[in-house]
Write a protein that binds this ligand. Sequence first.
Ligand SMILES: Cc1cc2nc3c(=O)[nH]c(=O)nc-3n(C[C@H](O)[C@H](O)[C@H](O)COP(=O)(O)OP(=O)(O)OC[C@H]3O[C@@H](n4cnc5c(N)ncnc54)[C@H](O)[C@@H]3O)c2cc1C
Length: 480
Amino acid sequence: MYELTDLPPPVDWPSVIASLSQIVGLEHVLSDAADLDRYSADALTPYRAYYADAAFDRLADVIARPGDTEQVSRIVALAQQRGIPVIPYGGGTGVMGGILPVAGGIILDLGRLNRLLHVDAVSQTAEVEAGMILQDLYDALEPYGLMPGHDPYSVPIASVAGTISTNGVGYRAAAYGPMGDQVVALEVVLPDGRIIKTRGVPKQSSGPNLNHLFIGAEGAFGIITKATVRVFRRPEAASFATMEFAEFEDGFAAVSEMAALGIRPTLLDLTEDSEGVLLHLLFEGYREGVDAALERTLAVCDDAGGWNVGPEPTLVYWRHRHDSALNYRKTALGRPRAEKWQRQWGRTFDYLHMSLPADRVLEYRRRADELLEARKIRVVEYCLWSRPEFFSMMVVPDGDRRVEGRDGYDADVRTNLAAGVDEVLTLAQDMGGIMEYCHGVGIKLHHLLARELGVNRDALLSIKRALDPAGIMNPGKLAL
Ligand SMILES: Cc1cc2nc3c(=O)[nH]c(=O)nc-3n(C[C@H](O)[C@H](O)[C@H](O)COP(=O)(O)OP(=O)(O)OC[C@H]3O[C@@H](n4cnc5c(N)ncnc54)[C@H](O)[C@@H]3O)c2cc1C
């Protein structure tokens, strides 16, 4: 079961709401039941929250929509003074329940901080406000002939700071790395309201780089208000290729060899499903580089027993890469929780994203298969996304059927799925890996994080207590 954190002391909400209204303006403070409901869940449904579904019992007490860093700072200082939890909210598209207000409090919607502030084509950086949606950033950079390096399925709906705070992975990660790698500098409001800024240079040797305290931190150490991110020249050449393999192991050998040679495609996705084993590749950049990388890759894949099925399957895949997010925007984003959760009915599956040392991935797959088979859980897709260490599985419980009711699930099927998921995630930990490379921990994986961190958690706890002694920043997250 998910342990709710200690309940905060009684709060004089009318007076807090009056103070918030003074800071951000009356129209940017929301406290209607309908608003509290729709803001108090992201894309995680109770079905897939497994052991943490009690976390959905609590709603936010109020929503505040600040318009600048100063307002964020004043709200956080107010919250600190009154001992009220503050939960930063970007696009609200997380799939782990990172924005769930498990102890109530103020949800801080950063959506009004949505401007591109500065583009530096020479340094190849852009300074952006935290709440800017990635698609808007792509669009705003287009006139400069530039683009960001992070391209997840959720480009149309996820925010810059939300993707930094989950250290998300996208379709261009094989070349550019995850969102955390895009961060050059940050402006952050600390839990006591102080504003810190790191410097806009790509590397430092003058002490530890504080950016890393906030990348993948799910808002537990402070609120990102601005980010300077890497941007890239729009490629002059692009070549798609699709390779087919008889076995996943053959594709894995090709991907490992490419990594060892230093071939960096933009897109690398080795997927096995009912259609077979396909390696989707895209090379982008300057013409000669693209041609050379493609030519050598075809030879590597040929050596590994693969054959070229032409660019078309990958072109189609590329064209449709944001469809799920466009559909999410149309049917779920900003809707009441009950409507969001209805989408899950009859679609009981889970999508797991483990990272392991590359030399253990194939052994991990075999052992995970055995565990899942014993529970009659089928794997309908295996995938390596962007690098050999990033291994994903889509799992579906046998006996899956729709049941009417609050969450629309069969309790036994769900209990079995939850146990199977925990078994394979802890197997990844026990084999020297981690349970999630992409979406964060949120409430869903909270119960397994202390196990993964071990004594490292003590170091994180010390930092948390020093920066946030009252524990107001997104409480109940990151096992802190
Ligand atoms: C259809 C769909 C497709 C998806 N595809 C992908 C994918 O391809 N790759 C991927 O990585 N993820 C994907 N996701 C998950 C989700 O889009 C990502 O986790 C994304 O990074 C979250 O961004 P957000 O702005 O919605 O963050 P939110 O959900 O609002 O927040 C995520 C976490 O970050 C914290 N946070 C938000 N803003 C700030 C801030 N300013 N300062 C500090 N902390 C903050 C929140 O408190 C929370 O803990 C997908 C989700 C959906 C619904």
